[in-house]
Design a protein around this ligand. Structure first.
Ligand SMILES: Nc1ncnc2c1ncn2[C@@H]1O[C@H](COP(=O)(O)OP(=O)(O)OP(=O)(O)O)[C@@H](O)[C@H]1O
Ligand SMILES: [Mg+2]
Length: 661
């Protein structure tokens, strides 16, 4: 490809609306930005999404109530704890609190004094030989310890419970999502690339996790703190409270403005990060092709371009994200100073006590925090809700049409099982409505017959087999097996009766033995080995380091293309299905091995209906019937000799020549 500029690269590799292509890579630095996580856009229907999320939390209702109690306890204890400072300071300063002090100061003073005069405390101070203000102080310390101690226990319990709730509900969400994926039609995966689907599990679930485990609790406890602080401030001094409240718009609006700005840069940064990640992924998976065409230099340059762009955007995002805390902190220092100044004057002119001023100043300082915090947390909430919405959207996808109530399966009474008499009648099909891929396909295959499909690339051969096992449902015409429409069988049963070697097949992570056994889970080791022998795979497997116990990884990356095919054939050979489909099953295998397989399979295919698709025509020679497909239509049919005699398309394909009349 020609070297691209930054703009076109970004367009190609970044999908900003989803936090970078394939999200799993676009997760962003954890907690790096001001809002922690990948920006997931705005939820479309927040109310609905929240109620669905709540469904996952419902099993934890008792836990949640306990969490709320803990939250209340920890917030209230910290509020009360700091209030206790008021009588203590006043007491030490020798100020008479009976006259001007506020209700709570008096209350706290009474409690501490009563406790100081109680038997255990007098005993303790007498033993220690303490006099003067010390018994009072000692009593205060004990009360402090009790209050803060219960606060700590409450926070700890709350954290433990929250982890339990969050991880439990996330587990259910992931399970539901995965279960849904298993039920989705093949069509869904045509339309949604792997990366997209992956990001439902990673990015989106991650965002929900973050919201549930951090944001939600900090929002609630923020609100409680705010309310509690306000009440305490109000009872302490109305005028000073008014001053503090007057500063709220500064914090609220200032915080929101800063958040908006940093959100903008954060979004850009996420997109840039997505582009970089997408680019890396593509170059890593396409490394061989890059080397073959000597594109390393261009790749490096393109990457540097994207990377430099990321640097700039990350810088701005970090700067504006990082500046927020200090700015808000400094603004709150100003209120602090202002409050102290006015309070000091009040102390001189009215009966305002130093203890109360100290406490009030503390409160006014912590008052702004929940406000700025809450305004920036909202972003996390939004992106988590948007993520949840996408997760639920997948869950809401139309699954494969459920089987009919009375669908035929192995349990159907008096049913002997599929024999394999396949009939296609006037089948017409297109993957997308506007484009017909197969037109009026009619054919039949009796048990034991071998039917071959040949034809040029894209003619529709694979499509025919996709219809037989109902990867896709047909629009018109009919497909029957043993005279029964395939839609009347349960899907599981139908697919169990069709062994397939797919054109783009897959080996799973696991041993060779496990991979072959995928064809029939209850097969014994001996049966697996017999199947491998049928597929001519046995001898190469025995040459592997650990034989049948050799681990395969990444779709069998440590095997040759042909060896992979042999394993896939072995898998199909293991199946006892009466219908067998081989789609280019031996295209990468040498001709000698192919003949071997053929002989092995001939035994296997004796009573089965077999469909073979092959470009190599030697493979299809001995078929009972050969269908020549061109642009979705069967243009010639017959056995090898018939078709050669016809001197048509098959003859052309077979001899590589056009017959000149
Ligand atoms: N999942 C899909 N979604 C949309 N169109 C598809 C899909 N799969 C195949 N097609 C289209 O359907 C047509 C037939 O494809 P098919 O895979 O059946 O060809 P084929 O005969 O098996 O070719 P080949 O010999 O290359 O395997 C092609 O034009 C292809 O572009
Ligand atoms: Mg094909």
């Amino acid at each position: 490809m020609a070297k691209r500029n930054l703009e076109s690269l970004q367009k190609q590799y970044a999908k900003p609306s989803h936090g970078g292509p394939g999200g799993p890579r676009g997760g962003g630095p954890r907690g790096g930005g001001p809002h922690g996580r990948g920006m997931g856009g705005k939820p479309k229907n927040a109310g609905h999404t929240i109620s669905r999320l709540l469904k996952y939390l419902r099993p934890y209702t008792p836990h949640m109530i306990l969490v709320l109690v803990c939250m209340l306890t920890s917030t209230v204890t910290s509020l009360i704890g700091s209030y206790l400072l008021s009588p203590v300071i006043n007491h030490i300063a020798g100020i008479d609190m009976s006259a001007d002090a506020s209700f709570f100061t008096k209350l706290a003073d009474t409690i501490i004094s009563t406790w100081a005069a109680s038997a255990p405390m007098t005993f303790l101070s007498d033993t220690l030989g303490l006099g003067g203000p010390f018994p009072y102080l000692l009593a205060a310390i004990v009360i402090f310890a009790v209050i803060y101690g219960s606060g700590i226990i409450a926070s700890y319990t709350q954290a433990r419970l929250m982890v339990h709730i969050t991880q439990g509900s996330l587990e259910s969400i992931r399970n539901d999502l995965f279960e849904k994926l298993q039920r989705l039609p093949v069509r869904y995966f045509d339309a949604n690339p792997t990366g997209e689907t992956m990001s439902r599990f990673t990015n989106d679930v991650d965002n929900i996790d973050h919201m549930l485990s951090n944001t939600l609790t900090s929002l609630i406890s923020g609100a409680i703190t705010l309310l509690g602080t306000f009440v305490f401030m109000l009872t302490t001094n109305v005028w000073l409270t008014l001053i503090t409240v007057a500063f709220i718009p500064v914090f609220g609006l200032g915080g929101a403005a800063l958040a908006k700005r940093s959100r903008k840069y954060y979004k850009e940064q996420q997109a840039a990060l997505g582009a970089v990640n997408g680019y890396i992924e593509e170059t890593v998976s396409g490394q061989k092709v890059i080397k073959v065409f000597n594109h390393e230099q261009e790749c490096e340059e393109e990457f540097a371009l994207l990377n430099h762009d990321l640097r700039g955007k990350q810088y701005r995002a970090m700067f504006w994200g990082g500046i927020m805390g200090p700015i808000m902190g400094n603004t709150s220092q100003i209120t602090f100073a202002f409050t102290l100044g006015v309070g000091g004057i009040m102390m001189l002119l009215t009966g305002f006590t130093p203890g109360e001023l100290t406490v009030f100043a503390n409160y006014s300082k912590q008052f702004s925090f929940p406000i700025t915090n809450m305004s920036s947390q909202m972003t996390t909430v939004f992106s988590a809700l948007a993520g949840a919405e996408r997760v639920f959207a997948v869950m809401d996808q139309e699954p494969e049409q459920p089987d009919a109530e009375d669908a035929i399966n192995e349990n159907t009474a008096g049913y002997a099982g599929i024999k394999g008499d396949v009939v296609f009648e006037n089948v017409t099909f297109g993957y997308v409505p506007e484009k017909t891929v197969l037109k009026n396909i009619s054919l039949y295959a009796h048990p034991g017959q071998k039917i071959a499909f040949v034809g040029s690339t894209g003619a529709g051969k694979t499509t025919i087999t996709n219809l037989l096992n109902r990867f896709y449902d047909i629009e018109s015409g009919s497909i029957t097996i043993d005279g029964i429409d395939i839609k009347q069988y349960s899907r599981d049963y139908l697919r169990k009766n069709i062994a397939m070697v797919l054109q783009d097949t897959h080996l799973f992570t696991g041993t060779v033995m496990e991979n072959i056994r995928y064809g029939r889970l209850d097969a014994t080791d001996e049966e697996v080995i017999a199947a491998a022998k049928t597929a001519s795979a046995h001898s190469f497997i025995m040459r592997l380091e650990h034989g049948y116990q050799t681990k395969l990884e990444g779709d069998g990356a440590n095997l040759s293309q042909g060896q992979r095919q042999l394993l896939n054939i072995a898998r199909a050979a293991l199946s006892k299905a009466p219908i067998l489909v081989l789609d280019e099953a031996t295209s990468s295998v040498d001709t000698r091995t192919e003949r071997h397989i053929e002989r092995g399979m001939d035994r296997l295919m004796k009573n089965r209906t077999t469909f073979v698709i092959a470009h190599r025509l030697s493979t299809v020679r001995n078929s009972n019937a050969i269908m020549v497909l061109e642009q979705g239509e069967i243009i010639e049919r017959g056995d090898h000799d018939d078709l050669l005699a016809l001197r048509g398309r098959y003859y052309e394909l077979y001899t590589g020549m056009k017959e000149l009349d």
